[in-house]
Each structure stands twice: as C-alpha cells, then as structure tokens.
Design a protein around this ligand. Sequence first.
Ligand SMILES: *Cc1c(COP(=O)(O)O)cnc(C)c1O
Length: 239
Amino acid sequence: MTDRKAQLAANLAHVEERISAACAATGRAREEVTLIVVTKTYPASDVRLLAELGVRHVAENKDQEAGPKAAESADLPVSWHFVGQLQTNKVRSVASYADVVQSVDRVKLVTALSTAAVRAERELDCLIQVALDAESGERGERGGVAPDGIEELAAKVAEAPGLRLGGLMTVAPLAGPYAGREQAAFERLMEFASSLRKAHPAANMVSAGMSADLEQAVAAGATHVRVGTAVLGVRPRLG
Ligand SMILES: *Cc1c(COP(=O)(O)O)cnc(C)c1O
C-alpha cells in the first residue's frame, strides 16, 4: 500500500469510529448515516484511492475542478455530490456528472437544472440548501435559501422534469443566532425536514455536519455527513 493510501485508510478508520460512536451514543443504527468524502482541492488520484478503500460518495464544490476530476474517475463506482454555490452557466456541466446537487437555493437554478438534466437524459437528486441565518426572502452568505423559502422551492423541484426532491442540506452558520451552536442549528434543520416530508414523503435526506461537527449532526438526525479535512488532510490555502 502506498503511503498516501495508508494515510487515507487510517483517516477513514478514525472518521468511521467517530460516526459509529455518534450513532451508538444516540441509539441510531450506523446504516442510517452515509459518509460523503469532500475531495475538493485534492487530485483525482485520491478519489481513486478512496474508492479502493470503499468510499462510495464524494463531493466537490466547484464545477471547474469537479468536471475534470469526475471525468478521470468515470470508471469508479462512486456517486458525485455537488455542494458548492452554483451559477446557472455551470449547470449544464454539473448535470453531466453529478448524481446529487445539494446546493439548490433558488427557483432559477431549479429551472436550469431541470433543462440540463432532461437534455443529458439524467435524473438528478436535489437537496434544498437552507441558510439558517438568512432573513425572510434572502439568501445566506454561504448560499442557501431562507427557511421560509423552502416550501416554494421544494414544490418547484418536485414538479421539475429530470429532478427528484431528495431533502435538505445545511452548513452550520458562522454568524447569527446559531453561530457556535451547531447541534441547535442541525436540530432546527431536522424540524424543517420533518415538515417537508409531510408534503414530500420520499424527501428523506438530511445532509449536515462536516469534519468539525459531524457528531452534532448525527445526534440531530442527519442522514448524510460531508467530511473533507478529517479524511484528506488540511486543504492547502488557495489564492
Ligand atoms: C468543504 C466542505 C465540506 C467539508 O468540510 P471539512 O471541514 O473539510 O470537513 C462540507 N460541506 C461543504 C458544503 C463544503 O464546502
């Protein structure tokens, strides 16, 4: 085994232990939580090693990086999640490789994703990104729709050809009432997820938690955690 593979294996084992412990602590079955490894800034060779180590879900946040990486990894049995802020001019590219778009936060994006998915003859799972710190009608600084916009956006996704409504996603806010209160933030997201499921029973994905706060996300009930640094290492600073 190469040094890099051994390092990734050790990091993955540690993250796996953390997820298992968090599940056990809250009486959840380990299978209720899916690990998504965020590979941004790391090369396609790492995606290949991760796939060999059993990782089946990877995520990226920039199309210009994700597109070539997904193309190089086309033979691997991994699903690609797009988790970054998405401009409509990138949608056609993203729809060609992404299986899940976790950052849907405006109607214009739903329309563009639907057109692109239909054209590519693909079905995209879409999560609505919720900005827990955004005021009514606004979008959050790190993307995401304000909570009072979830319902309208969910209805649009649900009726859009080529798209499936998967559920909700959030990034713990750095500012506002939930700053430093990750678990409270994730519990709030779970409340929104429960009400969403009343109208859309199949929309049962809840994506929350990263390297620093995956325990809080699992405790709150997240079905998907997105972990970068804890598996791949601290990202080199860009720019
Ligand atoms: C980078 C990123 C992650 C992973 O963050 P880490 O702290 O490295 O685990 C998760 N979600 C999103 C949306 C990201 O951009």
